[in-house]
Design a protein around this ligand. Structure first.
Ligand code: ZN
Ligand code: ZN
Length: 350
């Protein structure tokens, strides 16, 4: 659902959906129908190493839901998974991570590092697929919070029944390690942070049981990524797709776990005495009366993070914070020790 505040329009959707064209479990038409029922403004599909749905003309508007199709590249060792949207074709499978990141950037595609922090060790049957190529910098964003990765990492023989029964409740948030990497990257450049569902809806074996933990429908009500636009989303597909990719490139993004409440109405922006206003991804000058302002859908623990350090921790449904120093600022909102809403960085005076 879209929301307007100031001169901004926000839209919410899901990123990183697999279909039965790779290892997902439903045809794309059925998944799109579930996405429409779930009220998604956009859906970003990324099957492994194939653009078959895009080639078959499945991108477009379905009712009010914008559907775009990229793909997920991996290296020869099945590591360094990378989501690529807007590439002319699937790049050669023998490319190294450096090569496909560079090729996508040269083609002006949108490249997002997938589940960078995967490190589960308990599940022999489901090995981790971490990102190892941190020296490569030509990507545009990072999945800070991947629903399948987090769920599988938290699984132990003792908790698997409760995690299977309440899969959305067990989600905590991005790891501190990945947030630190992200903050450090953003001090030097601009890298969008987002949440992804990595939806497959595959059955998982838990001891004697086989359970479908996250059907697509549940995925679509959990980790949402929200974009901020200066104009309403266009009706013309090609224009809307550029608006969507543009929001990711610029970092005009926040993400949320819908389990703790819809975050569509979340507002976070900065103003200064020069009447400049900006949202996540933007920059304003640092003047004496520069403020970060936020409005949350309901009360939560609000943290303000400046250059990777926590500078405020309070419980409220609004924020009015005077910025004393230049830096990159972002907001986190938590409910009962569970991550709820995470903004991208606003740059103040830099
Ligand atoms: Zn992957
Ligand atoms: Zn995936």
């Amino acid at each position: 659902m879209s929301h307007k505040f100031g001169n901004w329009y926000s839209y919410s959707g899901v990123v990183h959906i697999h279909t039965n064209a790779s290892d997902g479990t439903k045809p794309i038409e059925e998944i799109i129908a579930i996405g429409r029922e779930s009220g998604l403004d956009f859906m970003m599909f990324a099957d492994h190493m194939t653009l078959v749905h895009r080639d078959n003309g499945h991108e477009g508007f379905y009712g009010k839901t914008l559907v775009v199709i990229g793909y997920e590249h991996n290296d020869a060792a099945d590591k360094n998974h990378y989501l690529i949207f807007g590439a002319p074709r699937v790049y050669p499978a023998q490319m190294t991570a450096r090569e496909y990141v560079t090729a996508a950037a040269a083609d002006r595609a949108l490249g997002i590092v997938a589940h960078p922090d995967e490190n589960r060790s308990r599940m022999g049957r489901y090995p981790p697929y971490p990102w190892t190529e941190w020296h490569v910098r030509d990507f545009q964003g990072l999945e800070l919070w991947n629903q399948m990765s987090e769920w599988m990492e938290k699984l132990t023989p003792l908790n698997h029944m409760s995690m299977a029964l309440s899969p959305r409740k067990s989600m905590v948030g991005p790891t501190e390690r990945v947030l630190k990497i992200w903050d450090e990257l953003n001090i030097k450049g601009r890298y969008v942070g987002l949440a992804s569902v990595d939806a497959h809806a595959f059955p998982i074996k838990l001891g004697p049981f086989t359970v479908r933990i996250f059907p697509y429908k549940v995925h679509f009500k959990t980790l949402r990524t929200h974009i901020l636009l200066t104009e309403p989303l266009a009706d013309v597909f090609e224009t809307a797709r550029e608006q969507l990719y543009g929001a990711f490139r610029d970092g005009r993004v926040f993400f949320s776990n819908m389990r703790w409440g819809k975050a569509d109405n979340f507002e976070f922006y900065a103003t200064n005495s020069n009447n400049e206003v900006t949202v996540s991804g933007g920059t304003i000058e640092h003047h004496p009366n520069t403020r970060l302002l936020a409005r949350l859908p309901s009360r939560a623990k609000i943290k303000v993070i400046a250059n990777g350090e926590e500078v405020l921790d309070t419980v409220a449904d609004e924020l009015d914070y005077e910025v004393k120093q230049k830096g990159i600022y972002r907001l986190e909102a938590w409910k009962k020790k569970r991550g709820w809403i995470f903004s991208n960085h606003i740059r103040i005076g830099q």
